[in-house]
Design a protein around this ligand. Structure first.
Ligand code: KIV
Length: 262
């Protein structure tokens, strides 16, 4: 099976099909998520928190994004692969933004980049799409601006949000992530714009949903955002399995003859 294309991804909205996306950070997980039929994989800079153990996404480097994206892209045979442009994102000027985004596409076999943008950043989207680099916009809560915002807060400026999504659509983004936005606003935006909205903490009226895969699988860290639903409790299962292994080794119940070579 070949990977979904960006036009096929956007066409899901007009076909009335809900879009499923998850984050992924390595080959093995990407292969499993792809086999489960998820439509898109995002190498999110959330890897700074859930993989690297940082407090926020700011320390993640372009080289680290490329390292993880390359592994994920190798595991994705059907899902589209999108990569976050890490902090400071597109704020280094259009030339540098194109250079960084092009490195991502050249070195990872991903199909698109995601950038945290608003109405004032349309030239960055136009520059990237002009260079043939598909852009998924990210509006609402911008985790890369956590210090400026003073924390991870619901984005309640409805007027600004409408301006932002209209601008990113007009500039050529193929889709937009809406993070931590009141459901009513996200639903109305999804009705008004032609490109698919992918919600995270934005309610069921979006055209698709995305979650951090560790949250979905119940592999907790210190955060427990309200918008998360855990579909498994793998964190508990991992601890329990490792405890059983340790107990077996300490009491000589592992390995047995079954695992031994004669
Ligand atoms: O970095 C990330 O994982 C993200 C998603 C939460 C949308 O941007």
């Amino acid at each position: 099976m070949s990977r979904m294309t960006i036009p096929e991804f956007t066409a899901m909205k007009s076909a009335g099909e809900k879009i499923t996306m998850l984050t992924a950070y390595d080959y093995t997980m990407a292969k499993l998520l792809d086999a489960a039929g998820v439509d898109g994989l995002l190498i999110g800079d959330s890897l700074g928190m859930v993989v690297q153990g940082h407090e926020n996404t700011l320390p993640v480097t372009l080289d680290e994004m490329i390292y993880h994206a390359e592994m994920v892209a190798r595991g994705a045979s059907s899902a589209i692969v999108v990569v976050d442009l890490p902090f400071p994102g597109h704020f280094l000027g259009n030339e540098k933004t194109i250079e960084n985004a092009a490195r991502i596409l050249k070195e990872t076999n991903a199909q698109a980049v995601k950038i945290e943008v608003g109405a004032t950043d349309e030239t960055a989207i136009a520059a990237l799409t002009g260079a043939g680099i598909p852009v998924m916009a990210h509006c609402g809560l911008h985790p890369q601006s956590v210090h400026h915002l003073g924390g991870y807060k619901v984005h309640r400026d409805e007027g600004q949000l409408f301006l932002d999504v209209q601008a990113v659509e007009a500039a050529g983004a193929f889709s937009v992530v809406l993070e931590c936005v009141p459901s009513k606003t996200a639903t109305e935006i999804s009705r008004q714009i032609a490109i698919p909205t992918i919600g995270i903490g934005a309610g069921g009226g979006c055209d698709g949903q995305i979650l951090v895969v560790n949250d979905l699988l119940g592999i907790p860290d210190s955060r427990s955002p309200k918008h998360v639903k855990a579909y498994a409790a793998l964190g508990e299962q991992i601890v329990s399995a490792v405890k059983d292994y340790c107990a077996d080794v300490r009491s000589s119940r592992f390995p047995t003859e079954e695992q031994a070579f004669n």
